[in-house]
Design a protein around this ligand. Structure first.
Ligand SMILES: [Zn+2]
Length: 359
């Protein structure tokens, strides 16, 4: 059955039967299942990546449907976590691959477990902190990752292949060997030296976004992913920037920084940070996420019973949504909560302590 399913892809000169087998034998993690992540998952599930791990911290909202192609109105009504909703949809498309939803925020405490056994990491997140974390993990463990981001009509992507798989001496069935991936390949910190480029960051909510923008960059990222798995000699180098509205397409060569803290000096700030007890603004809306001090797994049904006395509670297997006249928050099984419209961080923290109390 597999060969018939993938026959059009196998017929393509760059893939073939051996290439398809390699795709089916590979494990790819997609971090963030928003607009870019759902487009990536859609393409790579159909292409027959054997094991796809979809990692996302959030649930589906109405504003997502304009561009996040795996979700439906029912997912909005049911407040399905994005990784669960995406896997439920994709299971109906390809039941022959393994789909692994992970409802969590990738952090220094769980990255080893979440990325265990992964051959390639695809970035589809909305914040620099997670990207820097992925970058450090990738350099430290010599795992290739592909950066991508989209906003308005502009999008960017770059392959980061620091000391990657082509250093292996094993025979690669993809055929064409690649010489470019040596220790001169830059990492993300070579490209973006500042630690907090988000200070003037615009978001999808403020700058808007065309649905075609993430779709375009995800297609390019997915093509590079397939080439990288097949060890093709056509793997793109450099930073690709596209502006769909103004018809600009540019590829810029990026040099490795010999004084880079991450790939030269092996200083892994983000990997060594305390993952827990974190307070974070959610990109694109007035909401603050609070994580508990220690890793936990809470019983949402018990919380629902308690909270029903003071407001409206909606739960599914993965999340609990609470609303009353004054506040609204969503509680996840891992003890994280997203507080909507808090006055400030202290207010959000107080709400967490008062209503969830896991700190
Ligand atoms: Zn570097």
């Amino acid at each position: 059955m597999s060969n018939l399913r993938y026959s059009r892809q196998i017929a393509f000169f760059g893939v073939g039967v051996d290439g398809q087998d390699k795709l089916l034998a590979s494990t790819v993690a997609i971090i963030g299942v928003g607009a870019i992540g759902s487009a990536l998952a859609n393409i790579l599930c159909r292409a027959g990546i054997g094991r796809l791990r979809l990692v996302d911290r959030d649930y589906v909202e109405l504003t997502n449907l304009q561009r996040q192609i795996l979700f439906t109105e029912a997912d909005v009504t049911n407040q399905q976590p994005k990784s669960i909703a995406a896997c439920e949809y994709l299971k109906k498309v390809n039941s022959e691959i393994i789909l692994e939803p992970v409802v969590a925020e990738l952090n220094s405490g769980n990255i080893a477990q979440i990325l265990d056994g992964v051959d390639l990491i695809l970035d589809a997140v909305d914040n620099w902190e997670t990207r820097f974390l992925i970058n450090e993990w990738s350099v430290k463990n010599k795992i290739t990752w592909i950066y991508a981001a989209a906003l308005g009509s502009q999008c960017v992507t770059m392959n980061f292949r620091y000391n990657n798989t082509c250093n292996n001496t094993g025979n690669n069935t993809g055929g064409d060997s690649n010489n470019s991936c040596d220790s001169n390949s830059p990492c993300l910190r070579c490209l973006i030296p500042a630690e907090h480029p988000q200070t003037q960051q615009q978001t999808c909510a403020t700058a808007g976004i065309l649905a075609m923008t993430p779709g375009t960059i995800a297609s390019i990222q997915a093509a590079e992913a397939v080439k990288i798995i097949l060890n093709s000699n056509a793997i793109r180098e450099g930073l690709l920037t596209i502006d769909l509205w103004n018809n600009r397409f540019k590829n810029i060569k990026i040099k490795r920084n010999p004084d880079c803290p991450v790939c030269s000096h092996k200083i892994y700030d983000y990997l060594s940070r305390n993952a827990n007890a974190k307070i974070q603004k959610i990109c694109g809306r007035n909401a603050i996420q609070i994580s508990p001090e220690s890793q936990t797994n809470i019983n949402l049904i018990e919380y629902a019973k308690k909270l029903e006395k003071i407001g409206n509670v909606k739960t599914n297997q993965y999340i609990l949504n609470f609303t009353n006249d004054n506040l609204q928050f969503t509680l996840f099984q891992d003890g994280r909560a997203i507080i909507e419209n808090p006055k400030n961080e202290i207010h959000a923290k107080n709400i967490y302590n008062e209503f969830i109390g896991l700190r």
